[in-house]
Write a protein that binds this ligand. Structure first.
Ligand SMILES: NC(=O)C1=CN([C@@H]2O[C@H](COP(=O)(O)OP(=O)(O)OC[C@H]3O[C@@H](n4cnc5c(N)ncnc54)[C@H](OP(=O)(O)O)[C@@H]3O)[C@@H](O)[C@H]2O)[C@@H](O)CC1
Ligand SMILES: Nc1ncnc2c1ncn2[C@@H]1O[C@H](COP(=O)(O)OP(=O)(O)O)[C@@H](O)[C@H]1O
Ligand SMILES: [Mg+2]
Length: 279
């Protein structure tokens, strides 16, 4: 399979134009974070903010909103139990990330279903973690007219696609199920993650076991949403985020036994400036 190369970063990460304002860099909505898994959506939010998204709203369980405001005052917050305002925001933004730390309650399933129904052509949807399991368990249809990116780990992909882990080495099988599930891009996370889309299959050749820690995927999901929100062409933006996430981890691993996912978000603005400076 073709290697995902660093060229993707130069292609995707574009210098900001002088007259730009926050509306020039996307409007993202992140949905997730039950009481038990609040950290997942907070890590995703930090990653999206650090990536440079123009505007960010997080819909989460009410009790998590104070932590969100303390950790990322840049983000706006919504109580996810009020579907009306959440769905209004779904319609306004150009990218939605749903799933990190969402949990698998019936209420969470209802919100996944309602979000999918509210989305319109031209919008982008990143589906991660609990949302993938909810889609599988509740037979929720992924919309065909929205650009969708799924980011499962191998356990989540086995459940969603019925391609069991020993068979996931077959890109033919994975890609067939990607298409059957109406997914435009499949980011199948593992050591050397693969990214599958129409007529293109690439594999990451960087990164390592210093990334094997909870929250690493939540951080990647926030980066993908942040990159898609502000850079043209969602497939390339996804690939760039996948590359940058592991490249930063690899840099940090030179001096750190384990790479804390939050540290990746902290280093992201510096890493991006080294790819393409705004000066
Ligand atoms: N701080 C927070 O708030 C955090 C919150 N988080 C959030 O919590 C939610 C639940 O996440 P989770 O980690 O409890 O279980 P989850 O990923 O659903 O796995 C379930 C089972 O699948 C398997 N499995 C797992 N990985 C696999 C792999 N790579 N390859 C193959 N199989 C794999 C494994 O089953 P086993 O193989 O052990 O039978 C595992 O027990 C989710 O929304 C997430 O975003 C986390 O991000 C952590 C930090
Ligand atoms: N041994 C490894 N080598 C390279 N990358 C890894 C390794 N282990 C985990 N990762 C990366 O860490 C992330 C884990 O994602 P995920 O399982 O969704 O974590 P979480 O849900 O806890 O945030 C993925 O991007 C995966 O590729
Ligand atoms: Mg995950």
């Amino acid at each position: 399979m073709e290697e995902l190369k660093p060229d993707i970063l130069h292609e995707v990460i574009q210098k900001r134009f002088a007259q730009a304002n926050k509306t020039s860099f996307g409007n993202a909505l992140l949905i997730g974070g039950s009481l038990q898994y609040a950290g997942a959506i907070l890590m995703a939010a930090s990653a999206a903010v650090s990536s440079g998204i123009g505007r960010l709203t997080v819909a989460t369980q009410r009790e998590n909103l104070t932590a969100l405001r303390v950790r990322n005052p840049e983000a706006m917050g919504l109580d996810w139990s009020h579907h009306g305002p959440v769905l209004d925001q779904v319609r306004k933004c150009n990218v939605v990330l749903i799933g990190p730390g969402m949990g698998e309650s019936d209420e969470a399933a209802e919100l996944v279903r309602a979000t999918m129904r509210a989305m319109r052509p031209g919008q982008n949807l990143v589906i991660d973690a609990s949302a993938l399991n909810l889609i599988a368990d509740h037979h929720i249809m992924v919309p065909t007219d929205v650009f969708t990116i799924a980011t499962p780990h191998q356990g989540e992909w086995a459940k969603l696609s019925s391609v069991m882990i020993p068979y996931q080495g077959s890109m033919e099988l994975n890609d067939l199920q990607r298409q059957n599930l109406n997914l435009d891009v499949l980011v199948l996370k593992q050591h050397h993650t693969v990214v599958l889309s129409d007529n293109r299959q690439v594999q990451l050749q960087i990164g390592g076991p210093y990334q094997a820690t909870g929250g690493m995927g939540d951080t990647l999901a926030g980066m993908i949403a942040g990159f898609i929100g502000q850079f043209a062409e969602p497939r390339r933006a996804t690939e760039a985020a996948v590359y940058a996430h592991s490249a930063i981890a690899e840099e940090l691993a030179a001096h750190n036994w384990v790479v804390q996912p939050s540290l990746i978000a902290d280093y992201l603005p510096n890493y991006m400036a080294r790819i393409n400076t705004n000066l």
